[in-house]
Write a protein that binds this ligand. Sequence first.
Ligand code: PLP
Length: 393
Amino acid sequence: MSSPEGLDSAGSSADRSLRLETIAARSGRSIDPQTGAVTLPIHLATTFGREPDGSYPNGFVYGRLANPNRQALERAIADLEGGADAAAFSSGMAAVTAVAQTLRPGDRILVPEDCYHGTIAMLDQVMGPWGLGLVPVAMTDPRAVATALANEPAIQLVWLETPSNPRLDITDLAAIVQAAHAVGVRCLCDNTWATPILQRPIALGVDWVLHSSTKYLSGHSDVTGGVVVAAQADEPFDRLRQIQQLAGAVPSPFDCWLILRSLQTLAVRMAAHCAGARQVAEFLAHHRAIDQVLYPGLASHPGHTIARSQMADFGGMISVLVQGDRSRALAVAGHCQLLTRATSLGGTESLIEHRASLEGPTSRTPDNLLRLSIGLEHPDDLIADLSQALAQV
Ligand SMILES: *Cc1c(COP(=O)(O)O)cnc(C)c1O
């Protein structure tokens, strides 16, 4: 990616010595050479002027191909993930689609049993008729993955999501990468739930990292976006860049500006999300109306040891299995007054969701599961709200 003057982020990939908090706080920020502005202006222009000799002095040609705000955002996220380059999209699902389109009809993807329902629905229902195949596997079991890789033909990509949505399964990234690379298969990790502050899949050997930047990266429930970060600026990434530029599912300059602004507070937001979630999870784990708390920070979670080794902290997402049936779970959500009943995650406001209702008839999520996104409120206020809601069922 060409990097025009004045758009280099502090802590660009050239400087690996800076810590993540520093890279996040300074990402994409530098003095605008024309005005002295400390914040990158929003460049709404869709087209860029040529020199008399026909050249483009700053490398920008046309808004779909590249834009200064998108380029700054891509650089910042690539730096945070420790990748070589990144491609930003208009949604997380547009990023998923673009990745699928880098494959060929007949290729297959090894997918986890628990995974964001939209990802599986898109790969299956949209890319299936186009010729892409899916092979579900117990991704938390590296031996099952190695067996599938040895026996199933035409697998070109392993799709990882850890912690997974909505069951918070933990996958051993290094172990799966080793099994996949041994047979020449690439790995992608959807890192939406952990963010690069808590988990850096590229450092563990993963080839591509994907985000719904709608969630923690933007962090305020006001932007839809997606991004793919590549460990190497190699031929598969060139293909992805080509799909981004030709298919054109690109984010607006303003959306890029908003996400870049949010990255500056990502490290402090994640610390607060994690601290709040830990307290809420402890409270729920001891509540008699809750059968099970799915939170990798709890020692009782089957993925706790692996999560400890590959994550800096355990994140802001919790799922619980309410004692009883669907109606009991819905009633708990219904009695919440502070937690907002809504889908999505990663915002400043805490959300509670009966996940199976949103996922619809193909859902494999237990009917008594509630998913919580812990926001930035004081954890005691959240615990008081959950306590009164649980007392009523
Ligand atoms: C939300 C989400 C997506 C989809 O992203 P959109 O921005 O909604 O298109 C993909 N993966 C995970 C893990 C998500 O939570």
